[in-house]
Write a protein that binds this ligand. Structure first.
Ligand code: NAD
Length: 330
């Protein structure tokens, strides 16, 4: 049968993307929920036919240990809370998917990886684009040097944020930072999966803050460069005050461009040889089906906690470079 997934944190992403995707999955299904809000629990129970026994609060969540209907817990809370819930899920012997960014500190990521290891459960990060055909093609074009060695990479991911001033995304304590942590992470990922390499050094600069009353503790925008062995320097930008979603690569004998590159739907790609021709897929359904398959057959996930940790280290190096105005080694 299908593995049972319980979503923890029923905000916009769980409601708008993950629960609908779980209606299309083959290897797993929406078996349970963990929520701080009893009204949401009632609504979800009705909408998705979830039995009372598979509904938990943050207080009684640890009892999920005794529930064989739940195989996987998917943590979809504000970033700084991922650690607590991932560790509790692991201690309840449940496999875990954690949303991106994995956490807001390196220490948190390490504690999460360690808890999953100790409890013999798998840990993956919600990196849906690893299961998206246009992005997969870019991995191939870059990593296999289809057009020769890569010479240049540019990436941008920005949106005009319109949340209430007290939203967690504007609160450094809960978010770890602004657009870089939220969507700039896709540029960091895109650059690295184009090359199949990690950067050796970072330079970065915060953009001007045009709304200091609104962006009080997180940056409004940031641009950064990722330097690689051999000299390539990838150029990236991320903002809460712009609209962009692009991943560009240029190699010796050709180029490619995804635009939009990171959206849930409508990803479009072109290369120097013409338009990319891939079907639209449900990224989240593919991502969760892949993880369920890894759990079932005890295979390593392509998007493990170690990758989440690697990326958090780079995000923090980008902030350090912007704060110190110095090149930071990674
Ligand atoms: P959201 O604000 O819509 O939802 C957050 C949920 O967490 C809410 O249900 C809220 O009630 C709950 N929560 C629990 N404790 C909380 C606290 N102390 N403060 C605030 N909320 C608390 O956010 P979202 O957009 O659903 O994002 C949740 C996570 O998913 C984040 O880590 C985000 O980066 C990630 N995300 C990933 C993608 C993706 O494409 N992979 C897209 C959107 C969000």
């Amino acid at each position: 049968g299908k593995l049972g997934i319980a979503l923890l944190g029923l905000g916009k992403y769980s409601t708008g993307q993950l629960a609908p995707a779980l209606q299309e999955t083959q290897n797993c299904y929406l078996a349970g929920i963990i929520t701080g809000s009893p009204e949401k629990a009632d609504k979800w129970k009705n909408q998705y036919d979830i039995p009372d026994k598979n509904v938990y609060s943050y207080e009684n969540f640890d009892q999920i240990k005794d529930n064989p209907a739940i195989d996987i817990v998917y943590v979809v809370t504000p970033n700084a809370l991922h650690r607590e819930f991932v560790v509790r899920a692991a201690q309840a012997k449940k496999h875990v998917i954690c949303e991106k960014p994995m956490a807001t500190t390196v220490e948190d990521c390490q504690a999460m990886i360690e808890a999953c290891k100790q409890n013999n459960v798998q840990l993956s990060v919600g990196y849906r684009l690893h299961f998206e055909p246009h992005n997969q093609r870019v991995m191939e074009l870059g990593q296999k040097a289809v057009f020769g060695p890569v010479k240049s990479i540019k990436a941008a991911d920005s949106f005009k944020i319109s949340v209430e001033p007290d939203d967690w995304r504007l609160n450094k304590q809960l978010a770890g930072g602004g657009p870089l942590m939220d969507v700039g992470i896709y540029c960091v990922q895109g650059v690295m999966y184009t090359l199949g390499q990690e950067p050796i050094a970072i330079t970065a600069k915060f953009g001007e803050n045009t709304r200091p009353d609104y962006f009080k503790t997180v940056e409004q925008s940031i641009s950064w460069q990722m330097q690689f062995k051999g000299g390539l320097i990838a150029e990236c930008v991320s903002s809460y005050n712009d609209e962009a979603g692009m991943l560009y690569g240029e190699a010796q004998n050709g180029w490619w461009r995804l635009d939009p590159a990171y959206s849930y739907a409508g990803i479009t790609g072109e290369t120097s040889q013409g338009k990319m021709d891939f079907e639209e897929v449900n990224q989240q359904a593919r991502q969760m089906d892949n993880f369920a398959d890894c759990v079932r057959h005890n295979k390593p996930t392509p998007v493990p906690g170690q990758m989440g940790l690697r990326d958090v280290k780079i995000l923090l190096a980008i902030y350090e470079a912007a704060q110190t105005n110095k090149k930071v080694g990674v």
